[in-house]
Design a protein around this ligand. Sequence first.
Ligand code: 5GP
Ligand code: MN
Length: 365
Amino acid sequence: MKEFIEKAKHIVIFTHMAPDGDAMGSSLALYHYVMDRFAKRSSLSDNKTAIAAGPQAEPAERTVHVIVPNAFAAFFNWMPGSAQILIYEKEPQRCNGLIAEADLIICTDFNDPKRIGPMGEKMLANPCTKILIDHHIMDERVRGLVDDGLWSEIHSHPEASSSCEIMYGLLTAESCQPTTISQEIATCIYTGLMTDTGNFSYNSTRAELYDIIAALLRAGVKKDEIYNAVFNQYSTDRVRLTGYALYRKMRIYPEYHLALITLSADELERYHYQIGDTEGLVNMPLQIADVFYSVYMREERPKPGTPKSRIRISFRSQGDRPVNIWASEIFHGGGHMNASGGELFGTLEQAVALFEKSFKNYLKI
Ligand code: 5GP
Ligand code: MN
């Protein structure tokens, strides 16, 4: 990977739609690493070209950009480098240009080009070198893309807590010491470890994870500040919306150990919904004894020119109770065993009807 980065002139880093802490952290950690290397390499080649071509010689213009399909939550605004992230939905033309001229594309925290929306097509249209860094299980279609040679290099580790954990391994592989880890990189990596494990409450039983955390602390990570920046900066509306959802909108199916929360576009607007405001809501019903499955449905108004609302669906479970097959077979999605997502175009009522019709086939009672 180092060689690919050394050779590249125009690097683009992609991460998935509605980026979470792991998507943000893994892409930004890599961004900082590449920026640091580019700076180092430019000063070296400056000297060489200066000798060969005289003092006026310009170092070649090298670029690195992180591009995400749509906006990220405001509670990631503090992350180092987040202000440099390009949002495809806001600047499609500029992003298309960057994607077309890239000679190296690195994808983090997803393995399916569909998870980056229209950017996926643009990526496939550019035959340049592509690297995958991810911890999701590959479904059959995604395996097909691997077999077709989409990726020049793959770092796919479903056993890892997060893409940030894999990224840490890659960025330190050279020296086997955390010497290449700046405080900025460490901060990005820690954010992903923390958010993808629910602050180290699941997917976090491997001892290696805590070796990494110890190294990140030595690199200057302010762990409690990161926790506060992500989890204690909510708006009043957000906290009230959570209260409303749990008090008025949570249905329990006790015999199935299942909870369902639905929020319509009207309800979300009443609480001035912002991206990220219901992040984590789906986990809350799991706090109830004997609730092992939780589903949350959120209605998004139809996009201009399209007739149907999009119902975005989140699935969570505890223990040996997979939800990803349900998400993929019924709701066009997928994900991890205990955390998956999907969608449906139609009404909330239709989504709930499909949910109630299908869950008996997928739940372990
Ligand atoms: P969330 O409920 O937080 O949006 O998503 C939970 C997890 O499910 C994500 O980390 C991701 O791995 C997976 N996921 C969400 N939506 C999709 C989807 O549409 N397709 C696939 N394959 N995975 C998804
Ligand atoms: Mn992740």
